[in-house]
Design a binder for this molecule. Structure first.
Ligand code: 5AD
Ligand code: SF4
Length: 466
């Protein structure tokens, strides 16, 4: 998923109209945490008088917030930097400055190498040091080529400004909130433990304060984010070690906050308290992104996933007992080194057994520095492609079947934004599907009762229940 986000108010702060605002263009690649981080970085730049633009050519500062998870994602950044180099030259000959920055996981993984490969880049900043962006940008504007990829000792969240009310309003009625960052699991295919570092959980009070601020700005649904979100734990106000289940219950007490979600979870960290939250908390949406990656025990072991296919299935069963209405989503990798036809068939069988409402599936991409990259028996690209096609055909069918089964159901719908057709709004079902319904603009932020009337390929259609 690639998103271009316009992140700041489009006019200078009141009272500062006389200062010509500098403009920042942020392009976000990759996961939801990058979307969250892009907002935080933009918020930090507001203090220095920057406003957002969604026209790259107009920007004084272009920041790419990058993803390193697969080779393709990382390479995209370099082709964008090639284009930016031309733009920077053109602007320079017109006497205008354009600073180019690279943030995110490519920045963390490649650091100085980016400056070498992409001479137009002025600034490289890793995810652990975003709070230093304003200062790094000043240095870059003074002609220094800056690389900030140390793991900062200070808590970046304490130093990054939380979004203010006006900005929150502009960003809509749903919001992300990072509660945990980094990963200690070391799956053998994955760069995250290297790019995002080891697991860090934010303290309860900090999270609650940010959630309250979001709700004050009109947010009705919060998705808690973490690379390993269900590994979140911290000392609660009662002195106990809290897990994600406890945190969700606490956030559920916030008046005006209607819905909670969390992503991404590891099967090993689904504890009883979290599972129980799916039974008892009406505000917790019946949707769970629980990647399994493969259905073969041999491959799961080689991936260092620390669970078997049977354990995953038993866990799914357990959560479904508690919340029968649960929609499951997953991530899959085909063609991990050593994956045989039989291993792949095991994955297909697991998918059949679970029945996913949504899924993301990828060809294995060898990542430098991960143990998987050194394994012999890499699977040929054409074999990966064939397996991916078969898997995706099955997953898409399950997704369509799930959507079709929603037709006729009556649900609560949180209205988020204007739809494609005039007079329509679009919201999300409890199971995260986009739902189109005839409604007035003034109803954005309302939760209305609708009946699903039709399932399209990527969204549902609904009518208001009178
Ligand atoms: N190759 C392919 N897919 C990967 N993922 C992570 N690393 C790789 C890789 N090297 C996938 C996993 C993970 C999702 C975010 O990206 O499925 O859950
Ligand atoms: Fe990567 Fe595995 Fe950690 Fe997920 S759990 S971020 S796949 S190492």
């Amino acid at each position: 998923m690639t998103q271009e986000t316009a992140l700041l108010p489009k006019s200078p702060v009141a009272g500062e109209e006389h200062v010509p605002a500098r403009k920042v263009f942020v392009k976000t690649y990759g996961c939801q945490m990058n979307v969250y981080d892009s907002d935080r970085m933009s918020d930090a730049l507001t203090r220095d008088g920057y406003v957002a633009t969604d026209v790259m050519e107009d920007a004084d500062f272009v920041l790419l917030n990058t993803c390193h998870i697969r080779e393709k994602a990382a390479e995209k950044v370099y082709s964008e930097l090639g284009r930016l180099r031309e733009l920077k030259k053109a602007k320079a000959s017109a006497g205008r400055e354009m600073v180019i920055g690279v943030a995110g996981c490519v920045a963390q993984a490649e650091g100085n190498e980016i400056l070498r490969r992409a001479p137009a880049v002025d600034l490289v900043i890793g995810p652990q040091t975003y709070h230093r962006l304003p200062e790094a940008l000043k240095r870059a504007r003074n002609g220094e080529r800056v690389v900030e990829t140390d793991y900062a000792i200070e808590d970046k969240f304490e130093h990054l400004p939380a979004p203010d009310r006006a900005k929150t309003r502009l960003r809509g009625v749903t919001a992300f909130l990072t509660v945990q960052e980094g990963c200690d699991k070391f799956c053998t295919f994955c760069v995250v433990p290297y790019t995002r570092g080891s697991e860090v959980s934010r303290p309860v009070a900090q999270i609650v304060a940010e959630a309250e601020k979001l709700v004050d700005g009109g947010v009705r649904e919060i998705t808690l984010l973490g690379q390993n979100v269900n590994a979140w734990h911290a000392t609660g106000p009662d002195g106990r070690d809290w897990g994600l289940g406890d945190l969700l219950r606490r956030l559920g007490e916030i008046d005006g906050l209607a819905r909670l979600r969390y992503t991404t979870s590891h099967p090993r960290d689904m504890d009883e308290s979290l599972i129980e939250a799916h039974r008892s908390m009406a505000k917790l949406m019946p949707y769970l992104h629980l990647p399994v990656q493969s259905g073969s025990d041999r491959i799961l072991k080689a991936m260092n996933r620390r669970h078997t296919a049977a354990e995953y299935l038993a866990l799914v069963e357990r959560i479904r007992t508690v919340q029968p209405d649960l929609a499951l989503s997953g991530d899959f990798i085909v063609g991990f080194p050593g994956e045989t036809d039989q291993d792949f068939e095991d994955t297909m069988r697991l998918v059949e057994a679970v029945g996913y409402a949504q899924a993301f599936s990828f060809k294995y991409s060898s990542r430098p520095g991960t143990p998987g990259a050194d394994l012999k028996d890499q699977v040929p690209e054409d074999v990966k492609a064939k397996r991916l096609e078969r898997l995706q055909t099955l997953l898409f069918k399950q997704q369509r079947d799930f959507a079709a089964a929603c037709v006729g159901r009556e649900i609560d719908l949180l209205l988020e934004k204007p739809g494609r057709m005039p007079g329509q709004l679009v919201g999300r079902s409890p199971w995260l599907q986009p739902v189109n319904v005839d409604a007035k603009r003034s109803q954005i932020g309302d939760i209305i009762q609708v009946r699903i009337t039709k399932a399209g390929p990527n969204s549902l259609f609904a009518e208001l229940i009178e």
